[in-house]
Design a protein around this ligand. Structure first.
Ligand SMILES: Nc1ncnc2c1ncn2[C@@H]1O[C@H](COP(=O)(O)OP(=O)(O)OP(=O)(O)O)[C@@H](O)[C@H]1O
Length: 193
């Protein structure tokens, strides 16, 4: 990947299977977020080919978006919507039935903030909502960019449970992370930079 007049990474070969977790590691600016953008089809690679969930990544393709869920570093919330409204909007967009919305909000530790505008949520609560949105939408592949950011100890434990659960469900997880409990359980690690 050639970005900003430099090669961030090249000669990269990756094969991550169902139920497996890949951790992207590397110093600030090494290209972890850029690689996740490429995997989600937000940026094209400068050279080479890749397949995610069996197809070329393209976030404008509804079929691709139904297979690949994402939490990116620059993901933002609609501050005028509540956590409950966020989930409802998201699921309506995917024409999916979440079932027990209250259960999901409780699962994320957001039950007491379910009907408060996201504007009033703390940084960690916003992160929890974004993470909940990523795992609640239909997907076979989950891409997470530093999901541990702003999470407290319980939030990080919840994150660990999420990753374990995703793998048990046979989904593929790719995480850019500096959080050792996550990096330790990964099946594969890729060090950039
Ligand atoms: N559109 C762009 N134009 C020019 N340079 C860019 C662009 N996008 C990213 N870069 C550069 O590419 C490099 C990698 O950025 P990236 O955000 O992928 O790193 P990272 O490993 O995720 O960093 P961090 O750990 O700080 O989140 C940085 O030096 C950044 O300035």
């Amino acid at each position: 990947m050639y970005v900003g007049e430099q090669w961030l990474f090249r000669d990269l070969e990756l094969d991550v299977g169902a139920g497996e977790c890949l951790v992207l590691a590397g110093h600030n600016g090494s290209g972890k977020s850029t690689l996740l953008h490429v995997l989600y089809g937000l940026r094209a690679p400068s050279a080479g080919t890749l397949e995610v969930a069996g197809q070329a990544p393209d976030e404008r393709d509804g079929q691709f978006r139904r297979k690949v869920a994402v939490l990116l570093d620059d993901s933002e919330l609609f501050v005028e919507l509540t956590p409950r409204q966020h989930l409802e909007l998201l699921l309506a967009g995917f024409d999916a039935d979440l079932g027990d919305v209250d259960g999901w909000l409780q699962h994320a530790g957001l039950d007491e903030r379910a009907d408060v505008h996201a504007y009033y949520l703390s940084a960690g609560q916003r992160r929890r909502l974004l993470l909940l949105g990523a795992i609640a939408r239909p997907h076979d592949v989950l891409l997470l960019d530093e999901p541990e950011r702003a999470l407290d100890r319980q939030g990080k434990e919840w994150l660990g449970e999420i990753v374990g659960n995703e793998r048990e469900l046979g989904r593929t997880v790719v995480i850019a992370s500096h959080h050792p409990p996550l990096t330790d359980v990964a099946d594969h690690a890729l060090h950039l930079g």
